[in-house]
Design a protein around this ligand. Structure first.
Ligand code: SF4
Length: 467
C-alpha cells in the first residue's frame, strides 16, 4: 500500500498518435506508461494496419499487459490507447478501452476520460432503436450515437456530442484520421503534440514528453481536432463561456511535470503550499510531506516559512498493483505494512505534516500515530486543498458522501479522530490563487456543480470553423 490508496481515483487516461512508421502502437505503449497514474485496472491499444483495425485489451498494468510480441502484432501507423479506472461500468474486460465499432463510416475506435451523466437515458433510447451494446461502459453510447447519424463523420460526431451531458476528453481513431475532443467545459485535460511528422493527442503533456514529442497546445474546451494526412484542423463545436477543468487535476491527479491549460501542475502544488503557509503559519520545527502527494505543497510551505523539510515518511515497497484496494480494512492494513517513519529527524520536534487532500482520513490516522510513536512532540496536519464534502459526477470516484470525512465531521472532530494537535485546510481562495485565477471546477468542495443534468448542450452549438 502507499498513501495514494485512499485518494480519489481518476477515471482514465487517453493517448493517440497518427502518421508514424508502423511504430504507433509502441509509442502509444510508452504514452500509456506515462499515464498509468490515471488508471490501473485495465489498458488497451487499437491500431490501424493498412486498412484493418487490431485491438488488444486486458486487465492490469500497461507493462504487465503488453510485451514485444503483442506490440509487433499491433504494428501500424496510427494507434490510440487507454488506461482505465472504472467509475461507470464494473471492472470487466468488456469495459476495457479502446472500444471499437464497425460503423457506416468504417471501423472506429474510441478512448474516453470522463463520465457521461446522461449515459443511462441515451443507452435506453439507442437500445430501443436497435443498437446492441457489448459493454456496460458509459463511453459506448458515444460510438453508437455517432453511428446513429446519417451525415458525414465530422457532422455525425458533432451531432452525437450535442446529445452528451458530462465530462469527456476523447481520442477517436478511424482508418485515416485521429480525432481529439474536449467537452464544452473542459473538465478533463487533453493536449496535442508533434512527434517528427506524426501528431499525437494525450491526456497530459507528460505523456508527450515521455515519447519525446513536442507540446503544441491544449485542446480547448468544446473543441474537436481532426488530424489526417493533410495536417490538423480545429472545429470549435461548442461555444464556451467558461472553463471548468477539474481542480483535483492540479491538486493530485495529474503528473507534476504536466502543464494543463497553461498552468504547470508542480508549480501550482508548490504555490498551494506557499498559500497554506500564508494562511496558517503554524509554529513548528520541521515540515514533512506525506509521500508522494504532499511533496510539492510541503516544499512550498517550507520555503515560504524558511523551515527545514525532511522526507521523514517513506515506503518499504513500491507495489503499484496495490494502488487500488477495495475495502477500508485492506486500506488500513496496507498503511501499516508499507509506511515507515524516520525517528531521527522528528524526535522531540514539533512536526508539521502536509498532504495534498484529505478524503477518507484513514492514512492520516495511521501516519499521525506513527509520527507520535517515533517521538514527535507535536503533530500538526495541513491540507493543501479545501475539505472534500460532495460527490463528483465528472469522472472521479468521489461518489459516496458517507466516505468523505469532511462531509460528516467538523474540522475539530476530524482533528480529534486523526489524533493531530491541529488541522488546517487551504481555503478555496488560496487554492484559486495557487491556480493563477484558473477557472476550475470546485464542486466537490463547494457543491457548485457546473453541469446539471438538465443543461441543454444543443444551445451551445456553434458553427464549425477550420483553423
Ligand atoms: S467535482 Fe471535484 S473531482 Fe469532480 S471534476 Fe469537480 S473538482 Fe474535480
Amino acid at each position: 500500500m502507499n498513501c495514494e490508496q485512499e485518494k480519489p481515483k481518476e477515471e482514465c487516461g487517453v493517448f493517440g498518435i497518427i502518421g508514424t512508421n508502423d511504430d504507433a502502437a509502441s509509442l502509444t505503449f510508452s504514452g500509456l506508461k506515462a499515464l498509468q497514474h490515471r488508471g490501473q485496472e485495465s489498458c488497451g491499444i487499437a491500431s490501424f494496419h493498412k486498412m484493418s483495425m487490431r485491438t488488444f485489451k486486458a486487465l492490469g498494468l500497461v507493462t504487465d499487459v503488453f510485451n514485444d510480441e503483442i506490440l509487433a502484432n499491433l504494428a501500424g501507423s496510427n494507434a490510440i490507447g487507454h488506461v482505465r479506472y472504472s467509475t461507470t461500468g464494473s471492472n470487466l474486460i468488456d469495459n476495457a478501452q479502446p472500444l471499437t465499432l464497425s460503423t457506416k463510416f468504417g471501423e472506429i475506435a474510441l478512448a474516453h476520460n470522463g463520465n457521461i451523466i446522461n449515459a443511462k437515458e441515451l443507452r435506453i433510447s439507442l437500445a430501443q432503436a436497435g443498437h446492441r451494446f457489448e459493454s456496460t461502459a458509459d463511453s459506448e453510447v458515444i460510438l453508437h450515437l455517432i453511428n446513429d447519424q446519417v451525415t458525414s463523420l465530422e457532422n455525425a460526431i458533432s451531432k452525437a456530442l450535442c446529445k452528451l451531458n458530462g465530462a469527456y476528453s476523447l481520442v477517436i481513431m478511424t482508418k485515416n484520421a485521429l480525432i481529439g475532443i474536449r467537452d464544452p467545459l473542459g473538465f478533463r485535460p487533453l493536449c496535442i503534440g508533434r512527434f517528427g511528422n506524426a501528431y499525437c493527442i494525450a491526456s497530459e503533456s507528460f505523456a508527450l514528453q515521455s515519447i519525446g514529442a513536442t507540446f503544441i497546445r491544449d485542446v480547448a474546451p468544446g473543441e474537436m481536432i481532426i488530424i489526417n494526412e493533410t495536417g490538423f484542423k480545429s472545429h470549435q463545436i461548442f461555444q464556451t463561456q467558461r472553463k471548468c477543468c477539474c481542480a483535483f487535476e492540479y491538486i493530485y491527479f495529474a503528473h507534476p511535470s504536466s502543464t494543463i491549460d497553461s498552468v504547470n501542475v508542480e508549480m501550482s502544488r508548490f504555490r498551494m503550499g506557499q498559500e497554506l503557509a500564508r494562511e496558517y503559519p503554524v509554529d513548528a520545527d520541521v515540515v514533512i510531506p506525506v509521500p508522494r502527494s504532499g511533496r510539492h505543497a510541503a516544499l512550498g510551505y517550507a520555503s515560504a516559512r524558511q523551515l527545514p523539510l525532511e522526507e521523514a515518511i517513506f515506503k518499504i515497497t513500491q507495489n503499484e498493483r496495490s494502488f487500488i484496494q477495495p475495502t477500508q480494512t485492506l486500506r488500513e492494513l496496507m498503511v501499516v505494512k508499507t509506511l515507515r517513519v524516520q525517528p531521527e529527524v522528528i524526535r522531540s520536534k514539533r512536526v508539521l505534516m502536509i498532504d495534498d487532500s484529505l478524503v477518507r482520513g484513514t492514512t492520516s490516522v495511521k501516519l499521525v500515530k506513527l509520527i507520535r510513536e517515533a517521538g514527535a512532540r507535536e503533530v500538526h496536519l495541513l491540507i493543501a486543498s479545501p475539505p472534500v464534502q460532495f460527490p463528483c459526477y465528472y469522472g472521479v470516484d468521489i461518489s459516496e458522501q458517507t466516505e468523505l470525512i469532511a462531509a460528516h465531521m467538523s474540522v475539530d472532530k476530524i482533528c480529534q479522530y486523526i489524533g493531530a494537535d491541529s488541522l488546517y485546510y487551504l481555503s478555496q481562495d488560496g487554492l484559486l490563487k495557487s491556480l493563477i485565477a484558473q477557472e476550475v471546477c470546485l464542486a466537490c468542495f463547494n457543491e457548485q456543480y457546473p453541469l446539471k443534468s438538465s443543461v441543454c448542450l444543443d444551445k451551445l452549438m456553434l458553427n464549425s470553423q477550420s483553423a
